[in-house]
Design a protein around this ligand. Structure first.
Ligand SMILES: CC(C)(COP(=O)(O)OP(=O)(O)OC[C@H]1O[C@@H](n2cnc3c(N)ncnc32)[C@H](O)[C@@H]1OP(=O)(O)O)[C@@H](O)C(=O)NCCC(=O)NCCS
Length: 233
């Protein structure tokens, strides 16, 4: 039923969108869109290992806006795509996630975001883009599994969904090995990669916050917030 409603909304939704650079104020809308479009499993993907704790590649976080609202997102990340025949790391980009608000699918927004991202990556002198996704969708933009055949993701992946596009001809010739994150690091560690040591400030902070629910007192919350804030500084 939800799929039918989404399809009807897509048919009648207006399609006046613009492609823009993502800004700091877009984060909440982007994350909410990704949850809606991709579901809760999105953070378990192998690609996530290459994104966690990193900033997107310079100038390569784009959004589609409709009246200012974020209705599509694509981001690209700096990686090393294995090594070449001389043992030198091969710089490349990893694309993803690409997502369009389900209410606006099928209006060319995904395609426009992809073409804008590819164009911008070319302008910035990058040599190749890799991604994990449906070949049926990405082949139209020039992505094929063949160019990535000697590369592997740092975790489970389906070989026929691991695709590459060369922006400079021959860039991936001889490239072999595992993808490794190489982008700028986030200043703060993401919560999901916080240490799991029972005595770490993160764990203590979270534990005491959980105690609030059990004890119904504000004291553990105050303690939790204080420890957490101290840890982030
Ligand atoms: C995939 C996605 C980004 C496409 O966005 P969109 O704005 O609807 O795409 P466009 O309007 O540019 O293109 C629509 C076309 O792509 C096709 N398409 C969409 N998803 C596809 C898929 N997974 N496999 C093959 N074709 C697909 C549609 O059938 C349509 O084909 P048509 O032009 O022949 O009618 C969007 O459906 C989405 O966000 N999906 C959920 C998240 C996701 O799967 N992201 C990509 C990871 S693989």
């Amino acid at each position: 039923m939800a799929a039918v409603v989404d399809a009807l909304r897509a048919i009648f939704a207006p399609s006046n969108f613009v492609i823009d650079s993502e800004s700091a104020g877009d984060v909440v809308a982007r994350e909410s869109l990704l949850d809606r479009a991709m579901g809760p499993g999105r953070r378990k993907k192998s690609s996530e290992k290459l994104r966690r704790g990193r900033l997107p590649a310079e100038g390569l976080a784009l959004v589609a806006r409709d009246n200012g609202h974020v209705i599509g997102t694509v981001r690209l990340w700096n990686v090393e795509a294995g090594v070449d025949r001389d043992g030198q790391a091969v710089p490349a980009l990893l694309l993803g996630p690409l997502a369009v608000d389900p209410a606006h699918e099928g209006k060319g927004i995904g395609g426009t975001l992809m073409r804008a991202a590819i164009e911008e990556a070319k302008k910035r002198g990058h040599g190749a883009i890799l991604l994990v996704g449906d070949a049926d969708y990405y082949e139209r933009f020039g992505f094929f599994a063949e160019r990535a055949r000697h590369l592997v993701m740092p975790g489970p992946f389906e070989r026929n969904r691991f695709l590459a596009l060369e922006l400079k001809q021959g860039w991936l010739d001889g490239a072999a090995g595992m993808l490794v994150a190489s982008g700028r690091k986030l200043a703060l560690p993401p919560l999901s990669s916080a240490p799991h040591d029972i005595f770490s400030p993160f764990t203590l902070g979270r534990l005491s916050t959980a105690l609030l629910c059990l004890a119904g007192s504000w004291a553990p919350l105050a303690f939790g917030v204080a420890v957490y804030e101290a840890a982030r500084r």
